[in-house]
Ligand binder design. Structure first.
Ligand SMILES: *Cc1c(COP(=O)(O)O)cnc(C)c1O
Length: 423
């Protein structure tokens, strides 16, 4: 058995006792204190403020105010909540971010707009191991337009870097679409240097921020980012299927058009006039009537985090993943695990992956035998999301202690190796 005396549990308790964000957890609904939830990077926890907000929106704004609420509150929600995200999490000045649709749909709209802006170019570049929906959307666009989709295999622990991209890009490249944080390894890409090589080639950059927004400070304006999309139901705690955000750099907005010409992108929408004439802000990427309940919960969720501040959240995310790697080295490395994430916190997001040939059954054993919820990612990763808003150091300690015991006692052998649908 590996030795826990060098890392006693009260070491984790002490870290919680001095954690400046410890009280943030009390602002979330946590019905089961024994459940160790390490999947806040996939579905963030429910903020108490969102329970109040849903009551307010559904009973008050809908039930009582009815259609009057469009003018009183709803009509500008995609922009006001977008600007709020821009200010607190994305480093984006007003008018460039809106909340609407899903990440996949927003990716399609922005990628189309970017390709239309580079009509003489024929190549889209992405990451061979990018999140699947990103690859499929780009594959569909390439097929529809007769373009080539070039999928580059980047070093998993480095993520996409300027040096790896430079030789791939040339004057045929129209668009480079990448994720800022790798959903498997957690590798954190450097927006500024990648944007620079993309621009040097005359192409446009479109970033997927799903696994970074709300856990890593992002500076879209300062890094010269062209376009970005991201989920709000992960670290931003917007709730299951909450609408996504999109960002379009102000310098490009006038020159680009999205493929779905809906009335919510129209200048002077309620003139109901002839001919599509899109507004001069990111609102031109809106299509139809906003999902009011969903956007309202994005707002209430984001406000809880904004109050804590993205910098303290990032500091805690780093401290949690550093602690996890310390325990990994002490307990898991000696018993057949390998680390699937960068060791340098500066280039790592807020989750880590540990790899083991029996990862699937270890993951199930964590859930079924230990009340620990991580997730499994093919082929051999246990992914542990440490949402800085609600994860405690003792949660990390307990989860790693459970993994170590599952492997040492071979408890995973009791688990059926058949895959379930959502892991
Ligand atoms: C979660 C995630 C998505 C999900 O997109 P949806 O349209 O919300 O289903 C897309 N990209 C990345 C990188 C993700 O992590």
């Amino acid at each position: 058995m590996s030795d826990s005396t060098a890392h006693p549990r009260n070491d984790a308790e002490n870290r919680d006792a001095t954690d400046p964000l410890a009280s943030l957890r009390t602002q979330f609904v946590i019905p089961d204190e024994k459940l160790i939830y390490l999947d806040g990077n996939s579905l963030g926890r429910l903020p108490k403020a969102s329970l109040d907000r849903v009551q307010e929106v559904v009973a008050g704004e809908w039930g009582d105010r009815l259609i009057r609420s469009w003018n009183e509150r709803w009509q500008t929600l995609p922009q006001t909540v977008g600007d709020f995200l821009g200010q607190h999490f994305l480093g984006a000045a007003a008018g460039q971010v809106v909340v609407s649709d899903s990440t996949s749909v927003n990716l399609y709209k922005l990628a189309s707009a970017a390709l239309d802006a580079r009509p003489d170019r024929t190549v889209i570049v992405s990451d061979l191991n990018n999140f699947p929906t990103d690859r499929y959307v780009l594959e569909g666009l390439a097929a529809a337009r007769g373009l080539e989709l070039k999928l580059v295999e980047f070093d998993e622990l480095l993520g996409p870097t300027a040096d790896q991209l430079r030789p791939v890009l040339d004057d045929r490249t129209a668009l480079v679409s990448l994720s800022q944080v790798d959903y498997r390894s957690s590798a954190l890409a450097d927006l500024a240097s990648v944007n620079q090589v993309v621009h040097d080639a005359g192409a446009l950059a479109l970033w997927d921020l799903c696994h970074s927004a709300g856990s890593v400070p992002i500076e879209l304006d300062a890094t010269g980012t062209d376009f970005a999309v991201g989920c709000t139901y992960k670290y931003l705690n917007g709730g299951p299927g909450s609408p996504a955000f999109l960002y379009a750099n102000a310098s490009l907005i006038d020159a680009v058009r999205q493929p779905i010409w809906g009335w919510y992108g129209q200048r002077d929408q309620f003139a109901m006039g002839q001919g599509y004439d899109p507004v001069a802000s990111a609102s031109r990427f809106l299509v139809g009537t906003p999902q009011v309940v969903g956007v309202s919960l994005v707002d209430s969720g984001a406000r809880v985090l904004a109050e804590a501040g993205i910098k303290p959240l990032r500091d805690k995310g780093v401290a949690l993943t550093e602690f996890a790697i310390e325990l990994f080295d002490a307990w898991l490395a000696p018993i057949g695990f390998s680390l699937g994430s960068p060791r340098d916190a500066a280039v790592r997001g807020s989750h880590i992956s540990v790899r083991h040939p029996e990862a699937y059954r270890i993951c199930r054993a964590l859930i079924e035998q230990h009340d620990v919820i991580p997730d499994f990612r093919e082929p051999d990763r246990v992914r542990l999301g440490m949402a800085p808003s609600t994860t405690r150091f003792v949660d990390v300690w307990d989860a790693f202690d459970a993994m170590r015991r599952i492997v040492e006692t071979k408890a995973y052998e009791q688990i059926d190796p058949t895959r379930t649908e959502v892991t």
